[in-house]
Design a protein around this ligand. Structure first.
Ligand code: OAD
Length: 230
């Protein structure tokens, strides 16, 4: 079975009603990104940060996967598929993708502030001041904030190196190290980029630019790969 690696960003969830980052004018739901997505923001106002992610969680709970997520999940019938996502929502999993790497963390997990290995699943949407880990420290969102390490990056690079087909969907490719993954794909292997507002990418062999929204773009890409690469 050939292996597909998908790198997804906020755009894949746009048709599910979740706003992208850069389409919201530098502000994230009315907040400066550094206030809600950085260790400095957390140190300054924990309640603001917790409330911000509580709102994101509520929003994600009511969202459903769209055709783009679904086609990616269905590709598991013909291919070995790894999804590397920059998204913190769980829509790839809800659509049925079985191998999802979350580069920037997960909304529905919380983490200890004294021991990063203590990670907990969350059922509902609320994480509040006073919610503690088993060692007695405040829980924080299990999200990779600006300025923090990206612990899953090494795994993501390994996966990308062994991709036969690489699909980029719905990311502005502005945030590193995620954006650099494209460089690890073998030159001779096909790479597709799906985005209605194509990010600038360095031209390279076997690069196919599909200027469409996620659902329409995935339909096209599925058609091409089923015809040419199964
Ligand atoms: P961006 O908001 O930077 O980019 C979203 C991309 O999706 C843009 O290129 C849009 O043109 C495209 N897009 C919009 N609507 C779409 C649709 N219906 N279908 C497909 N594509 C669509 O989001 P990311 O690239 O994911 O990091 O952002 C990367 C990281 O920056 C995020 O993970 C987050 C953010 O700050 C952290 O939180 C650490």
């Amino acid at each position: 079975m050939k292996k597909i690696v998908v790198l997804s960003g906020a755009g894949v969830s746009a048709e599910s009603g979740i706003k992208t980052f850069r389409d919201s004018g530098g502000l994230w739901e009315g907040h400066d990104v550094m206030d809600v997505a950085s260790p400095e923001g957390w140190a300054k106002d924990r309640e603001l940060v917790l409330n911000f992610y509580n709102e994101r969680r509520k929003n994600a709970l009511s969202a459903s996967p769209n055709k783009g997520h679904q086609i990616i999940a269905e590709l598991e019938n013909q291919f070995k598929v790894t999804v590397i996502t920059q998204n913190v929502d769980n829509l790839h999993e809800k659509a049925g993708s079985s191998n999802v790497i979350h580069l920037h963390g997960e909304l529905f997990k919380s983490r200890s502030t004294v021991d990063p290995n203590l990670i907990y699943d969350m059922d509902g949407w609320e994480l509040n001041i006073g919610d503690k880990c088993e060692k007695g420290s405040q829980l924080r969102p299990h999200i990779v904030w600006f300025g923090e390490m990206v612990p899953m990056m090494e795994v993501a690079v390994e996966e990308t190196l062994s991709a036969d087909i690489f699909i980029v969907i719905g990311t502005s490719l502005q945030v590193y190290p995620a954006a650099g993954l494209l460089e690890y794909v073998k030159e001779s292997n096909p790479k597709f980029i799906i985005d209605p507002n194509m990010p600038e990418v360095f031209p390279r062999p076997n690069l196919f630019l599909i200027e469409e929204v996620g659902s329409a773009g995935m339909k096209k890409v599925r058609e091409i790969i089923l015809k040419e690469y199964v």
